[in-house]
Design a protein around this ligand. Sequence first.
Ligand code: ADP
Ligand code: MG
Length: 249
Amino acid sequence: MPYEPVIGLEVHAQLLTESKIFSPISTKFGAAANAQVSPVCAGMPGVLPVLNRKAVAFAIKIGLATNCKIAPLSIFARKHYFYPDLPKGYQISQYEEPICEHGEIEIEQADGSKKRVRLVRIHLEEDAGKSVHAESFVADNETLIDLNRCGTPLIEIVSGPDLSTPREAYLYLQYLRQLVRYLGICDGNMEEGSLRCDANVSVRPVGQKEFGVKTEIKNMNSFRNVERAIEYEIARQISVLESGGKIVQ
Ligand code: ADP
Ligand code: MG
């Protein structure tokens, strides 16, 4: 039975502001570990986050460039999770009333044909810190924490489930990188983590209307790896289904 893939991407882009999203601490790369941490970044009780005006302007900029509806009133929410790189115990993100919604972009395929990809939303949020395990200076059973990245401003760009091939996902990402660079809101460097991508992937029998169950591949760090990971996941899902198995979300 022939299957067709359905792919949606969630892309995080680090905004090129000089300071963090909720405090006046520098976001400059390369400082000594934990040198750029304010009480706000460290999640001390009683602190008051103050929103970075430029981060909002940057989010609106990409919203306008992608034909989004810009929310006249936008709100932040707390997304709770417990992990050492998040000292507050919650990430400040947006859930209801994100700053941008209902946009679209157009990608051009190798044969010159165009394809529209819907953008469900673009919202603002803060980055977490970094757990360091793999470096040579970290002992085998230890993890070190660097909170410099806590509070770095991010936008998350969520596509509709409109991409149909790993190549389209690749082209979509390349387009986004070109766009954020052109707008001057992100340096677009995937290898350094200023652009990060999670891919949602499912397959369905050709002709079936409903989507299949999706899986999510997180934190890929190169364009080529995104394409290859999606290729792999599509083949894996098809072989699971063909041998009578079920995809687990
Ligand atoms: P979640 O709440 O699990 O993050 P969402 O519905 O918000 O899921 O979608 C996250 C991403 O997954 C979006 O980019 C969306 O387009 C994509 N997506 C949703 N359903 C599917 C599916 N069945 N197959 C592939 N991608 C999907
Ligand atoms: Mg998700």
